[in-house]
Design a protein around this ligand. Structure first.
Ligand code: BGC
Length: 272
């Protein structure tokens, strides 16, 4: 649990895909900072409600609502923002986190597997960022809660820079996020909107459970991590809540890698 210091008091934060994994840890961290939190899920309502209950245990948090939305569908995303704005008045922070993997060697990858991953991981984040920006611009500055008009955090991956054989759809979606995030920053920073990405490395969640749940998989994973530690969702939650707060105000248009050094290519330690 985060040390609560209420850096996000009176702010409202949407976290997509927050019924589990990294999104859940981000939602908990935002709640611990005093934010109102929108816990978004696509299919696991019960899990999302459990996350909401967990946030509510912290008396310092704002209010929590649970909203169903498939981020790859424009009407769903619009409805999620409408519900949030009707309930809380506005949105201050949007964490576009929902993402998925459907892995296949490229020469065997069905078009549907390519399309679905791009739809959720890239188009979904575009749709959320678009709605967030429109709301920030409509609402105008609220200096009493933040020096920024609004904050967008894209959940990227080390695979926005590390190529990933057998996962080209996923790597392409994350590579695309880099340019989406930077283009948003370039266009909207003059409006005092901050847009950044977090790039997690190997974090223990369901998405990579098939790897870390076996001894061999864990050993292989650790070979890729100079810090010799597999990450946990809370490692991302604490960075996200800081990145949403004014403590990181001058950070804009960048990716923060939270990966134990994975992007330092440890394979080159003794070779090359
Ligand atoms: C992927 C995980 C993987 C990690 C490091 C993440 O973006 O979703 O499956 O373990 O990158 O390769």
């Amino acid at each position: 649990m985060q040390k609560p210091n209420k850096r996000l008091k009176n702010q409202t934060c949407i976290v997509t895909g927050s019924s589990g994994g990294i999104g859940k840890a981000v939602a908990l961290a935002m709640g611990a900072e005093g934010a109102n939190v929108v816990v978004n899920y696509r299919s696991s309502k019960e899990a999302a409600e459990e996350v909401a209950n967990e946030i509510n245990k912290n008396k310092l948090c704002g209010e929590v609502i649970v909203v169903k939305c498939d981020v790859s569908k424009e009407q769903d995303v619009k409805a999620m923002f409408k519900t949030t704005i009707e309930h809380f008045g506005t949105v201050d922070v949007c964490v576009a986190n929902a993402g998925m993997q459907i892995d296949h060697p490229l020469h065997e990858m069905p078009l549907e597997a390519w399309q679905k991953v791009l739809d959720v991981n890239l188009t979904g984040q575009f749709l959320c960022a678009k709605e967030a920006i429109n709301e920030f611009l409509r609402r105008g500055m609220r200096k009493d809660v933040s020096n920024s008009l609004g904050k967008i955090i894209h959940m990227s991956s080390v695979h926005e820079v590390i190529p990933w054989a057998g996962h080209a759809n996923y790597a392409a979606s994350k590579g695309g996020l880099l340019m989406l995030m930077e283009s948003i920053c370039q266009a909207y920073a003059p409006h005092k909107i901050r847009c950044n990405s977090i790039a997690p490395g190997a974090i223990k969640t369901d998405i990579n459970k098939d790897v870390w749940s076996t001894k061999e998989g864990r050993e292989n994973m650790l070979k890729l991590i100079p810090y010799k530690q597999i990450g946990v969702p809370e490692d991302i939650g604490s960075v996200a809540s800081w990145l949403a707060s004014d403590e990181s105000e001058y950070i804009n248009g960048t990716t923060i890698f939270v990966d134990g050094g994975m992007t330092c290519y440890p394979g080159f330690t003794t070779n090359g």
